[in-house]
Design a protein around this ligand. Structure first.
Ligand SMILES: NC(=O)c1ccc[n+]([C@@H]2O[C@H](COP(=O)([O-])OP(=O)(O)OC[C@H]3O[C@@H](n4cnc5c(N)ncnc54)[C@H](O)[C@@H]3O)[C@@H](O)[C@H]2O)c1
Length: 448
């Protein structure tokens, strides 16, 4: 039997990935809890003060070849990722606080850690933001750009990115800003031409996050979205991403409750256990929780969180098991907990002959501690995609769905939410771009 069995197909005629030479500039939109925890964390790791726990790019390994080959290098040694020592941060925010002040306000990291990092964190000061309270009702921005039209604002962001590009070798932009109100795609999002006309006449359908995204993609700069906003999930911006070889991915960091859902739901489905109800509730007291207390921002989050179960369970294929599933999600703003989110899930399942059972999950997590390594990994992998001949021109990087509550796909494809399928897809993509055998887990050759 050939090594094709578990090793899978050999990838033919691959073009090599360009090396990660020089500095990688990371421009973060929204220097709040997640962003400052990522930036402070990267600096702590660089100084040897802590380990990058939770980051697949920094700690993960990848198996190559057969199980008997015993070859599992670190991912960061297998693919040419930017070294953390070469990462340079800057960003935008609607408040003037530098990263130290903002991190102190967010209270995710303890004072001792922050004081050690203070001289560095103080040097990162936000650029004025593109902001309009219509899109985030609970915030009053004071450090914002002014312009006659949305085109004018986009040009100012383009100028910000270009100025930063002069100081580094490559740039990635990531949205870690607040959740905007729920927006449905309209005619202005259909084509790039319509979107550009919309910038000229300040169409209400174009949110600030899309102005940043447009600016980045116009310059061929990869763009990630940590929030559930529409942002690049619109044909016009997908078109721009492809046109300028600027990779994009899905939206909304998959951290607490949805992360657990995309682990548990595939397990029930794998064993053909039915689910009649899934009630999820959260208490959260940080600024994100405050923003999500507004029904219009919550609606955006709710839509993003609801999708995963529907796609994993495929009720159209398994009506006896999932057709009547009642799925409810609540997020309650509760200031005393700050960034320490508590999530409860009550899951009503049923087994053999329909006998009911229950599962309760109580996850006491730290929101930004879970999100920071995801933000970092997305930045590093998007930069890798931009240097990869077979990936940079395709627009949507579906292999990064692993990190996101709402994966983005080519039109007509359903998104894959199962965490372990997503991980397999991610690792096979890395094997593929490095010209290695894909791993199918067939493994019959061991029994020859
Ligand atoms: N922490 C998690 O586990 C997690 C998971 C999934 C998604 N998210 C999303 O990530 C985003 C960031 O979360 P957070 O906890 O850091 O929130 P946060 O409120 O602490 O930070 C958001 C920051 O964005 C700034 N901001 C808002 N609008 C802006 C704009 N137009 N331009 C520039 N800056 C802007 C705010 O001033 C604030 O500093 C939120 O949308 C949240 O829903 C977080």
């Amino acid at each position: 039997m050939s090594s094709e069995q578990e090793g899978g197909q050999k990838t033919a005629g691959f073009e090599p990935v360009a090396p990660a030479k020089g500095k990688l500039g990371v421009m973060v939109i929204g220097l709040g809890a997640v962003a400052t925890t990522m930036i402070a964390g990267v600096e702590a790791v660089r100084r040897g003060l802590a380990k990058p726990i939770g980051s697949l790019t920094q700690m993960g390994t990848i198996r190559l070849g057969k199980r008997t080959d015993a070859k599992s290098p670190l991912i960061r040694e297998f693919v040419p990722l930017a070294d953390l020592n070469d990462v340079v941060f800057t960003g935008w925010d609607i408040f003037e606080d530098n990263v130290y002040e903002s991190a102190a306000h967010a209270k995710v990291l303890d004072e001792k850690t922050l004081l050690q990092l203070k001289p560095y964190l103080e040097t990162i000061k936000p650029l004025p933001a593109v902001f309009d309270q219509y899109y985030v009702k609970r915030l009053h921005g004071t450090h914002v750009k002014t312009g006659k039209t949305k085109r004018d604002l986009a040009n100012q962001v383009i100028a910000d990115i270009q100025a930063f590009q002069k100081t580094v070798d490559r740039v990635v932009v990531i949205w870690c800003g607040s959740t905007e109100i729920f927006l449905k795609p309209t005619a202005v999002h259909e084509t790039l031409a319509a979107f550009e006309a919309g910038l000229d006449n300040s169409d209400i359908g174009i949110a600030p996050s899309q102005i940043y995204a447009y600016a980045a993609l116009s310059l061929g700069v990869p763009f990630a979205n940590g929030a559930p906003n529409l942002t690049v999930d619109a044909p016009a911006l997908v078109e721009l991403s492809k046109k300028n070889s600027a990779p994009i991915c899905g939206k909304d960091f998959k951290t607490g409750q949805t992360f657990m859902k995309t682990v548990l739901a595939p397990a029930f489905k794998a064993r053909m256990l039915g689910v009649s109800g899934w009630f999820s509730t959260n208490i959260l007291g940080n600024r994100d929780g405050e923003v999500l207390d507004d029904p219009e921002s919550f609606k955006t989050k709710e839509e993003s969180k609801l999708g995963s179960l529907e796609y994993i369970f495929q009720p159209e294929l398994y009506p006896d098991l999932y057709k009547d599933l009642y799925h409810k999600i609540r997020i309650n703003y509760y200031p005393p907990r700050g960034d320490d989110k508590e999530a409860w899930d009550n899951i009503d399942i049923f087994g053999w002959l329909g006998y009911p059972m229950q599962l309760k999950v109580n996850f006491l997590c730290r929101d930004s501690i879970l999100a920071a390594p995801i933000a970092l990994d997305l930045v590093l992998f998007l930069d890798l995609a931009k240097r990869t001949p077979s990936l940079k021109g395709i627009g949507i990087q579906e292999w990064l769905s692993f990190y996101l509550k709402a994966p983005q796909t080519a039109p007509g494809l359903y998104p894959e939410h199962d965490l372990f399928i997503q991980l397999m897809k991610l690792k096979n993509t890395l094997r593929h771009i490095m010209g290695q055998d894909l791993i199918t887990h067939l493994g019959l050759e061991y029994y020859d």
